[in-house]
Design a protein around this ligand. Structure first.
Ligand code: CO
Length: 134
């Protein structure tokens, strides 16, 4: 069911510093900053030949990643995003298998303008998984 690894997301305490690190030290191509108020994050995408890295920083008062940053002040790997062909079919299969979908279970529009869902980390080896319809 899952396809390509779309991105690995890293929560960072300083988005400009992290962007500069990837661009200048690691020599990667980076996007401009993009604010996603609906998700409570600001993102920068690092383009790799075979995937992407999503740099995440909290945006607004109730950011869902603020708690993560409080527990991990220097940042850390936050989630993996796998592509699926049909997000509703994927969700229904997962739910019927007993997996929990975060939130109300309905896909939301993600960072690339495509529908996304998050799966409960306790159901997937302690890893937060984002599914993105590709
Ligand atoms: Co993501």
């Amino acid at each position: 069911m899952i396809g390509r690894l779309n991105h690995v997301a890293i929560v960072v305490p300083d988005l400009s510093a992290a962007t500069a690190l990837y661009r200048d030290m690691l020599g990667a191509t980076v996007s401009i900053e993009s604010a996603l108020p609906e998700h409570g994050v600001t993102t920068v995408f690092v383009e790799l030949p075979n995937s992407k890295i999503e740099l995440l920083h909290p945006l607004g008062e109730n950011s869902p990643i603020q708690g993560y940053l409080d527990k991990n002040p220097s940042g850390g790997v936050h989630h993996l995003c796998y592509e699926v062909a049909d997000i509703i079919a994927a969700r229904d299969k997962l739910v019927s298998g007993g997996a929990r979908i975060l939130g109300d279970g309905e896909p939301r529009t993600g960072a690339h303008g495509k529908p996304v869902l998050f799966l409960h980390p306790k159901d997937f080896c302690g890893t937060l998984i984002e599914l993105e319809e590709a």
